[in-house]
Design a protein around this ligand. Structure first.
Ligand code: AMP
Length: 355
């Protein structure tokens, strides 16, 4: 792929904070961005050069969007594959619709990773109550039932402590197609954020230790503790294999548990990720810049740490009210996403560096 020259236009599907930070990185490299999203409050539109507020299904809108863009990317994976497929017939779309469609379906994602030799929790796809009963008999409890599609931040999932929870769990996820997963007694969670260029070159970041609260990422810390460091190599190799097999172009994030026998793959996102926000100040090249570099055919940037310790704290809901205190801290970098506050909403993050 020939490098897109500065002044080219990147189309971004999705209007959230990931699109917002992608647009900032693109602007720094001299690109224009155009956001397409149906959201009333599309915070990506605040930093993009132009914004079309429309749903993703109008052919007129998609034709116009494709003709205005030199490359198209997306900032969230819960988008219908159909408009992405349609766009990819008109303009290069990176990462490809294949990466997107595998990441959208928990069963496809896990079988894909198992086929590549990756370790996952024991799992089974269930589409009926009878299948759930059979899966619990095989996998045992404790277990987690997750909707096949459209889950995020711990939504669309429920724990089964014993087989007596089967009926309530099935009702709780709305009797929708799902997967049942064995509960992994992990010591830590971490992620591998990797970028793959159009020439097949790959770089990945040192893994953060990710701590969650109420199903939402609360904190990412680097360098990670030894438990994670010991599993880093194997997880990075698997993530690279996934990216290569998909022919992925752009950032790919895989989340892992530290398991007793090695890293346990949990899920992947074909995009920049919350657990990579620390890279804006904590790495030589941010995940956002590397994504833009990858999809524009530019060489990828260095992923090394810029400080001896880096910590990213998510600002959820009213946490963002602390902005004045955070600004008063030395070596704290505040990012606010321009959203209206709601409980549980990701309002911003702060990255603290220890030099
Ligand atoms: P997910 O939506 O798959 O990322 O799951 C959200 C969170 O639930 C994860 O970050 C873990 O903390 C927890 N979790 C998910 N799957 C499992 C599992 N199989 N065993 C133990 N904890 C899990």
């Amino acid at each position: 792929m020939k490098a897109l020259p500065p002044g080219s236009t990147i189309g971004i599907l999705g209007g959230g904070q990931l699109g917002r930070m992608l647009a900032i990185a693109a602007a720094q490299l001299g690109y224009n961005t155009r956001v397409l999203a149906p959201d009333e409050e599309a915070v990506a539109a605040q930093t993009a050069a132009s914004f079309t507020r429309a749903d993703y299904h109008s052919r007129i809108v998609l034709d116009e969007f494709a003709s205005a863009a030199d490359v198209v990317t997306y900032e969230f994976e819960n988008i219908d594959i159909e408009p992405v497929d349609y766009l990819s017939g008109k303009v290069p779309v990176h990462p490809s619709p294949t990466s997107l469609s595998i990441a959208q379906d928990r069963a496809d994602e896990k079988s894909f990773v198992n086929a590549l030799g990756g370790r996952t929790a024991a799992w089974a796809k269930v589409t009926t109550l009878a299948e759930l009963q059979a899966a619990v008999a095989t996998i045992g409890t404790p277990a987690i039932l997750k909707t096949l599609r459209l889950g995020y931040d711990g939504k669309g999932q429920v724990r089964l402590h014993t087989a007596a929870d089967i009926d309530t769990a099935w009702a709780a996820i709305g009797e929708r197609p799902a997967i049942l997963e064995a509960f992994i007694p992990f010591s830590h969670e971490f992620s591998i954020v990797l970028a793959r260029g159009s020439d097949g070159a790959m770089v990945s970041y040192p893994p953060p230790w990710n701590e969650h609260k109420d199903g939402i990422l609360a904190r990412s810390t680097l360098p990670a503790p030894p438990e994670i460091a010991r599993q880093w190599g194997e997880a990075a190799t698997l993530t690279g294999r996934i990216a290569e097999t998909l022919g992925h172009i752009g950032v790919l994030t895989c989340e892992y548990f530290v398991g007793a026998d090695g890293p346990v793959f949990n899920e992947m996102a074909p995009r920049v990720h919350n657990s990579g926000h620390w890279t804006i100040e904590g790495a030589v090249t941010s995940q956002f810049e590397n994504h833009i570099r990858a999809i524009c055919g530019l060489p990828l940037g260095d992923t090394g740490l810029t400080a001896s310790k880096v910590e990213m704290e998510n600002l959820i809901g009213k946490d963002a009210d602390r902005w004045a205190n955070i600004l008063a801290e030395r070596d704290a970098h505040l990012h606010l996403y321009g959203k209206t506050v709601r409980p549980g909403r990701k309002m911003g993050h702060v990255t603290r560096l220890v030099r």
